[in-house]
Structure formats: structure tokens, C-alpha cells
Design a protein around this ligand. Structure first.
Ligand code: KG4
Ligand code: ZN
Length: 346
């Protein structure tokens, strides 16, 4: 099989990224992966500001491409195609990437390949852990939370997901409520280590309902009420109360994800895969107690478990290049009329 080398471009949220991935004899290798985050630009606003994100992507994306080609030791003329996230995401950012990719494609004549950002995440365990179809995937980040059975390069079966907020968003909100820094996930995880997870009772929304759907917005509201009650009782938020609230919140998220993953695994195992496998990806997959709970669950069920390295778990362009390879190999490409899609369910 011929060698294929592809450039990937990602700009759907607050990371500008470019990467080069090569496939030889059916095996894909990341030659370079450059990610420029925007956390500092959005810090004072307490969340991602779409307008600022779009402007920043437009400013740095071409530098990311240059850096990715430089790290790989390649020129544009060494490539076989250009893959770009065409959605879902913040439309201004997605457009920045799509416009750049179209420009490069028009200038070089290389095929242009629009990639679904979620497919990029979902196919990553094939790149990092050599997973075979079908495998189960939990995508859990600041913007997403869903269970997918990945059946083929473009065949995904959604078993369930959040009906409101993503857990990462809830971690970030919890950090704000407790006066901890952003991004909130790592800060809450560290704070929780000092706390008693059982002193303050928080709900587990939808846990008593069948199926794999989840809800995290009620948990956020319950945390706000619990914090206010603690503050009213002590005349302010004590160090102990802050740690207990963080620990109680994290424990609730762990329990929701563990129980819903248990149900998703049961549905997936009914499909009798030859080599049952489960992967978790997205920023929240960095959380120690969540990883530990899912690892233990898979060990009990006799299912192979993988969590791709963090750099390929969070937003990056290597996953976009990798997802684009399959279409490139099949001789598929998009025209210069490729549109940016803010919503694009798998
Ligand atoms: O995948 P990601 O980098 O970006 C997208 O949302 O697409 O995920 C970022 C999210 C943030 O909400 C952040 O607070 C959360 O992942 N996160 C964590 C941890 N590290 C990052 N949540 C819980 N525990 C962590 N250690
Ligand atoms: Zn993502």
C-alpha cells in the first residue's frame, strides 16, 4: 500500500492546531503535532469568547502549519492531502481553519478533506492503541459527553450522552463557584484530595433512569446551593468546606460516569465484538479518579481499556489528519465549496 502524508488543521474551539500524519503499510504515525492554546486570552472573561477565539485562530493558524511542516521536516509539496475540521464547533473558528485549508488546497492542487471533529476524537484509539472496530468510546470534555460505538471509519452508533452540560463545563463552573482557577478540572481534582467526599450530599441526576443518557446541569445548581448553605453557616467559605464541596462534586461525576459506562458496556457487549475494547478521550479523561473508576470497571468486565496520551486526548490536529487519511486513501475529497458546520452530529 502506498505511503500517504496528510496535513491536519483544527480550530473548532480554543486551540489552534496543525499536524502532519503519515500512513505506511496501513500504520499511521504522527510526524508532528503543534497546538497553540488560547487560555490566557479568555481568562478574564471566565469562558471562551467566540469572537476572540476566531480572531486568534486567524492570526496563528498559518504559523501552526509552518511549525508542523518544519517539525516534520517536510514542505507542502511533500503532502498528499489537507484535512481540516469542518465542524461541529464555534463557527468563527471553524471558518478560520476551513478558509486556510481551502487556500492551501487551491494554491497546491492537493485534495481538501473536511473532517468531523467528533470523528477525529472517536478514531484516535486506532492511532494510539491499534483498536479494531467495533469499540466503545466515551468522549468527555468541556464541550462533549457521549458514548459511541465506533463501527467503522464513518460508522458511529450513539448510545447516549448528556442531555444538557458536559462534565468539563461543570468542573469549570464548580471551580468558579469555589474561587479556584481555570481550567477548573485540574484545580477541582487537586482541591478534592483534601476533602471529605461524603459530608455534603449532592444528587446523581438521571442515575435512576434506564439508558446511557446523563445530566450535569442539576449537579451544578445543587453545588451552588450547598456552597451558599456552607457560607451562610460559617460566615464565608472555609478551606475545609471548599475541599469538601470539590470532593463531593467529583465523587458525583465519577459515580455518574461509572454507572452509565457500565450500562453502555453491557449494550456494546451484546454486539459480541471479537476483542472487546473501550476508550475514554477528551480533557476530563485526565482526571485520576475518573480514569481509575473506568479502568476498574473494564478489568471486571474483561474489556481492554485505553486512554490515549493527553496530548492526543484533548483537542489537537493529529486526530483530524488521522481521520482524514481514511477518506484520502479511498480517493474521496471535498470541493472548494466545503462549508463550515457549527452543528454536525455523528
Ligand atoms: O478536551 P478539552 O481540552 O477541550 C474541549 O472541551 O474540547 O477539555 C477541556 C475540559 C475543561 O473543561 C477542563 O476543566 C477539563 O477538560 N479537564 C478536567 C481535568 N483536566 C481538564 N476535568 C476534570 N479533571 C481534570 N484533571
Ligand atoms: Zn474536542
Amino acid at each position: 500500500m502506498a505511503t500517504l502524508t496528510i496535513l491536519g488543521i483544527e480550530s473548532s474551539c480554543d486551540d489552534s492546531a496543525a499536524a502532519v500524519v503519515r500512513r505506511t503499510e496501513g500504520r499511521a504515525t504522527v510526524l508532528s503535532s503543534v497546538v497553540r492554546g488560547q487560555t490566557a486570552l479568555h481568562a478574564q472573561f471566565g469562558g471562551v469568547v467566540p469572537e476572540i477565539a476566531a480572531r486568534a485562530h486567524a492570526e496563528v493558524l498559518d504559523h501552526c502549519v509552518e511549525a508542523a511542516l518544519g517539525e516534520a521536516g517536510l514542505a507542502l509539496s511533500d503532502l498528499d492531502g489537507i484535512a481540516v475540521t469542518a465542524g461541529p464547533g464555534l463557527i468563527g473558528g471553524v471558518l478560520s481553519g476551513v478558509m486556510l485549508a481551502k487556500g492551501l488546497s487551491a494554491a497546491t492542487g492537493l485534495p481538501l478533506i473536511g473532517v468531523n471533529h467528533l470523528a477525529g476524537h472517536a478514531l484516535t484509539p486506532r492511532l494510539t492503541d491499534g483498536f479494531c472496530f467495533p469499540y466503545l468510546m466515551l468522549l468527555v470534555s468541556g464541550g462533549h459527553c457521549q458514548f459511541l460505538v465506533v463501527e467503522g471509519e464513518d460508522r458511529f452508533r450513539r448510545l447516549g450522552g448528556t442531555i444538557d452540560d458536559a462534565p468539563g463545563e461543570a468542573f469549570d463552573k464548580t471551580a468558579r463557584l469555589l474561587g479556584l482557577p481555570q481550567p477548573g478540572g485540574p484545580a477541582v481534582e487537586i482541591e478534592a484530595r483534601q476533602g471529605d467526599a461524603d459530608r455534603i450530599a449532592l444528587p446523581r441526576p438521571l442515575l435512576d433512569r434506564p439508558g446511557c443518557d446523563m445530566s450535569f446541569s442539576g449537579l451544578k445548581t445543587a453545588l451552588l446551593r450547598a456552597r451558599d448553605a456552607e457560607m451562610a453557616a460559617a460566615g464565608g467559605l472555609t478551606r475545609a468546606a471548599r475541599a469538601d464541596l470539590a470532593a463531593a462534586f467529583q465523587k458525583a461525576v465519577v459515580e455518574i460516569l461509572r454507572e452509565k459506562t457500565r450500562r453502555a458496556l453491557a449494550l456494546y457487549l451484546e454486539m459480541s465484538p471479537d476483542r472487546p475494547a473501550f476508550a475514554v478521550a477528551g480533557g476530563v479523561a485526565a482526571n485520576g479518579p475518573i480514569r481509575a473508576a473506568l479502568t476498574a470497571l473494564c478489568a471486571e468486565a474483561g474489556v481492554e481499556f485505553a486512554a490515549p496520551p493527553l496530548a492526543l486526548c484533548t483537542d489537537n490536529a493529529a486526530m483530524i489528519a488521522h481521520a482524514g487519511l481514511a477518506r484520502l486513501a479511498a480517493g474521496e475529497a471535498d470541493g472548494l465549496d466545503l462549508s463550515a458546520r457549527p452543528r454536525w452530529p455523528l
